[in-house]
Design a binder for this molecule. Structure first.
Ligand code: HAS
Ligand code: HEM
Ligand code: CU
Length: 555
């Protein structure tokens, strides 16, 4: 079988271009992350504290939106093309969404970074959640809107590919990777409506001065309507790799295809009607609606718990194929020297911890303890910052040879890099969780309660701060090694032997999956009904309290 790049050279170029944008964002974002980690722990201060919020906005936007989503569109293009085994319907459409997304992301980044230069009359120090009444320059919101529209076009591209494939395979099951892409995009279409309404109808007119005020609770609620599903939008590319690539790398096969389909359907249904769990402390939303969001969130644990079961079972199966034995000794039979395997497995391991802290967040009463503390960045650096980011980096080591036809520059550096990320994140995230319990706030440049002193070090805030700084440094070094390795691979011209990108047949094959699972229209319909049920009354309450436009001028 020929390598992907030989079969689909045009698609391989788009995937590589998407990865390139993604990795540039990763490099800049990681640098800002290091600066923040050192600044807020008072280890090293290279910026003014007022600029902290500019960098923090850039860090959030570049990493959580640009790095992750550009990787996603690249990966999904690869997955759709290889699993339907046909070219994209029209490569011009593919380049068009890539162009629109890149332009939008660049505009937003310019608007943010302009904030560092007082002589430029533009800034967007609104953090990546852009809560009104904090107001950004219109270019920031316009860039975001273009970026989102670009992702919609990408989704349309993949659905057109599906239509083309379906016309030739009227009775086949949707290939698993394509199924994952399509269900993820349905979730994305349903959930981005919230942020699109907020940005297009309220924030853009307000930042242009066309309307005087906004209703901050309304725009916030619309943001979180999208803001929870977006975390699964980041996660689904990682799941796609865990379900379809990790078992193969482990030496085995996916445990169950039908169970994988159930998981993705559950995400379509349940990802959106939970957003209010980010607003347990917002006044103006009745307790009852918060309780409903909490209940839905607890149900939403199910697809991830099923994933933990299926993926670990598949990995164990792989280990046993390689001669692994015993209750736990099989772990030693896994290919730990392969950076792609090791990175993804470590990412999964950390997700188990990140998922646990998510359960803590989700409990309404315990949330009051940790909300707006450093606990929350601790949680999401384990989830998006490791489960997703480390899986993407590890996956790159497997994907790059298929996309370029070249050998990875250095696998030992790759291995060192993924392990360094894991260790760095153990330090940083664990310390952030602990700091949060002590009440250290998030999103502030000045939380120095107590400086480091050897005499009273252990258990002190100073000790926690040191661990955050150390972890941040290791993470940054890991990104430098990753980017070096990727750039050296691209620059190198050592040709690889053809990569076998075939995914082995699951132990429990798709033929056993009930046909209804592939009924995408049905799941979309139910998802919309659930969203309407969860959101109509809270939104109506918010609008009737303060009106559509509220009374809040911009700051
Ligand atoms: Fe979260 C806040 C609840 C998952 C990201 N979350 C955030 C924020 C971000 C974020 C960015 O209820 C902050 C937003 C802001 O700036 O304010 N979260 C949850 C829950 C889950 C969850 C219940 N979060 C994620 C994921 C994210 C993410 C995934 C990104 C990708 N989160 C919350 C809540 C808040 C919150 C509240 C608001 C807090 C506040 O007050 O502000 C669940 O989906 C988690 C389920 C996960 C599991 C773990 C399953 C384990 C697996 C491991 C398999 C093992 C393998 C290893 C593969 C149940 C699947 C195999 C290898 C071998 C060697 C065997
Ligand atoms: C926030 C460090 C990588 C996403 C933060 C904060 C620190 C930090 C210290 C907290 C700032 C505060 O609340 O005052 C780092 C370091 C990284 C890294 C050192 C590695 C070099 C990542 C990655 C992602 C990410 C890979 C996502 C893919 C975020 C987000 C925020 C954040 C979304 C919240 C921004 C906000 O509150 O507005 N990071 N981070 N970080 N980080 Fe990272
Ligand atoms: Cu959430």
């Amino acid at each position: 079988m020929a390598t992907f790049v030989d079969r689909y050279p045009d698609e391989a170029k788009v995937v590589q271009a998407s990865f390139a944008v993604s990795f540039i964002a990763l490099g800049i974002g990681a640098l800002f992350g290091l600066i923040q980690a050192l600044h807020r722990t008072d280890v090293l201060r290279v910026i003014d504290s007022v600029d902290y919020y500019t960098l923090l906005t850039a860090h959030g936007v570049l990493l959580a939106l640009v790095f992750t989503i550009f990787f996603l569109v690249g990966l999904f293009t690869w997955a759709v093309t290889r699993s339907f085994d046909r070219p994209v319907p029209d490569i011009r459409l593919t380049w068009a969404w890539f162009g629109l997304m890149t332009t939008g992301a660049t505009l937003a980044a310019i608007a943010i970074l302009a904030g560092l230069f007082p002589e430029i009359p533009m800034s967007a120090d609104v953090l990546y959640t852009f809560y009104a009444p904090l107001q950004a320059h219109p270019i920031f919101y316009i860039g975001l809107a273009m970026f989102i529209i670009g992702t919609w076009m990408a989704g349309a591209d993949w659905f057109l590919a599906y239509r083309g494939w379906r016309s030739e395979h009227p009775n086949d099951r949707i290939p698993l990777q394509a199924f994952m892409v399509l269900t993820t995009m349905i979730m994305w279409f349903v959930s981005t409506i919230g942020v699109a309404v907020s940005v297009v109808f309220f924030l853009i007119p307000w930042s242009l001065g066309l309307v005087e005020s906004v209703n901050p609770l309304l725009t916030r609620t619309l943001f979180w309507y999208f803001g929870h599903p977006v975390v699964y939008f980041w996660l689904m590319p990682a799941y796609l790799l865990w379900y379809t690539v990790l078992p193969k790398l482990s030496g085995g096969r996916l445990f169950s295809d039908p169970l994988a389909r159930v998981v993705f359907v559950l995400f379509v249904l349940l990802s959106t009607p939970v957003g209010i769990h980010h607003q347990y402390l917002d006044p103006g939303i009745a307790e009852g609606f918060k309780f409903i969001a909490m209940t839905n969130t607890m149900f939403l644990l199910l697809p991830s718990l099923l994933t933990a079961f299926t993926v670990v079972a598949s990995v164990e199966h792989g280990a046993r194929q390689r001669g692994g034995e015993g209750y736990l000794r099989w772990l030693g039979a896994l290919p730990w020297r392969d950076p792609a395997f090791a990175g993804m497995a470590l990412a999964g391991l950390m997700f188990a911890a990140g998922g646990f802290s998510g359960m803590v967040n989700a409990g309404m009463n315990i949330n009051y303890l940790i909300h707006n503390t450093l606990w929350v960045p601790g949680h999401f650096h384990m989830t998006v910052g490791t489960a997703v980011a480390l899986t993407m980096m590890a996956g790159t080591y497997w994907l790059l040879p298929q996309l370029t036809g070249k050998t990875v520059y250095s696998r030992p550096i790759g291995l060192l890099q993924v392990v360094l990320w894991f260790i760095g994140m153990v330090f940083m995230s664990n310390a952030m969780h602990r700091g949060g319990l002590l009440g250290i706030p998030r999103r502030t440049a000045e939380p120095q309660y107590q400086n480091f002193d050897f005499a009273t070090a252990v258990g002190s805030v100073g000790e926690i701060q040191m661990q955050i700084a150390l972890g941040g440094l290791l993470l940054f070094l890991s990104v430098v090694l990753f980017l070096f390795n990727v750039a050296a691979t691209w620059a190198d011209d050592r040709v690889d032997t053809p990569v076998d990108d075939r995914i082995p047949e699951p132990l429990s094959p798709p033929s056993g999956a009930p046909l209804v699972l592939d009924n995408l229209a049905l799941w979309t319909g139910i998802a919309i009904v659930l969203v309407v049920l969860a959101y109509t009354l809270p939104l109506a309450g918010i609008v009737s309290d303060a009106g559509l436009l509220g009374q809040s001028p911009g700051f």
